[in-house]
Design a protein. Structure first.
Length: 318
């Protein structure tokens, strides 16, 4: 078990939960003309429906983050089984947790916005009120729309506002893009695509490492070795020597393009004596098959010891 990496995952999980929990606190008190981030008249702040919604929202927000915290702790403990599994689950957890935060935040806000509209709690003294003349909206009277409606999706979108950045309604320390501006949509979409691309690329790299099996197959004179997302091919004519090592290799390796953990060494390395090498090794597993080629050396082993003899025979027979 890689305790250092498990502690890093644990720390990231705790930090993520704390940031989401306290950077976006439930606005349960009437302040700046708002409660639950929604503008309503001050005399309605103590309304029983409002207070019930506040209590329910606080409970949901607290419960969600408690679940997030304990599930995050559990994920860090997965390192006792497999570090690679822990990392993959952690990446999925991170995405699910952040998306869940956003959806719950929007749900709480929309519930309050819906209550406000149902009771026509508009403060006519504010300059945010405007009259909607949209002919597609079926209403028996004037429909009032204020600044709160521009945040109904969790982000600011006001086509009549020329600003590119505005103060974030849900977190005073943040700025929010005006998503009604084409440039903002392109920028946010591009950043989101890059972030998701990196996450799924990491998942793609680590999934083959959750359960690693090394294989050596021979078809005619061609031999193929693969495992852990890496592979190599060569012919029997390229083999200069092949031997079974009954003790540790006895040289150091510098990783060039591969994985080195407490469980595996896989990929392209440079050996202090062997030079260019490819490793397909389970740590602390003997014996090891050494295949020396014209341009590189391959070290391979298996948790099934009998496979080493089979692989040796496949490589030794010309």
């Amino acid at each position: 078990m890689d305790w250092v990496m498990s502690l890093i995952i644990f720390g990231c999980n705790v930090l993520t939960v704390l940031i989401c929990r306290y950077a976006y606190p439930i606005r349960n008190e009437y302040k700046d003309g708002m409660i639950l981030w929604t503008h309503i008249p001050a005399y309605e702040a103590k309304n029983q429906e409002v207070q019930n919604l506040v209590l329910k929202s606080q409970s949901q927000w607290k419960c969600y983050h408690c679940i997030g915290f304990f599930s995050g702790v559990g994920i860090s403990l997965l390192g006792a089984i497999s570090l690679e599994l822990s990392i993959v689950v952690w990446l999925f957890w991170m995405m699910a947790y952040l998306i869940g935060c956003y959806l719950l935040l929007v749900k709480i806000y929309r519930n309050m916005l819906r209550l406000k509209k149902a009771n026509h709690w508009y403060d006519e003294k504010t300059a945010r009120i405007r009259l909607s003349t949209d002919s597609d909206v079926k209403t028996s009277g004037p429909m009032y729309v204020d600044e709160d409606d521009y945040w109904k999706n969790g982000w600011y979108s006001n086509p009549n506002d020329k600003r590119f950045l505005v103060n974030d309604k849900f977190c005073n320390m943040n700025m929010s893009f005006n998503m009604a501006r084409p440039g903002a949509r392109i920028l946010v979409g591009s950043l989101l695509a890059v972030v998701l691309g990196v996450i799924f690329w990491c998942i793609y790299l680590f999934i083959p490492l959750i359960h690693v099996e090394f294989t050596l197959t021979r078809t005619g004179d061609e031999i193929r070795i693969e495992g852990g997302g890496y592979e190599t091919e060569f012919t029997t004519e390229e083999i200069k020597s092949v031997e079974i090592l009954q003790k540790e290799i006895g040289e150091s390796f510098h990783r060039k393009n591969g994985l080195s953990s407490d469980e595996y060494q896989i990929g392209h390395f440079k050996g202090s004596e062997s030079g260019e090498t490819m490793l397909f090794l389970c740590q602390e597993v003997m014996p090891i098959l050494k295949i020396k080629l014209e341009d590189r050396t391959i070290f391979l082993n298996s948790r099934e010891k009998k496979e080493i003899k089979i692989w040796y025979d496949q490589c030794a027979v010309r």
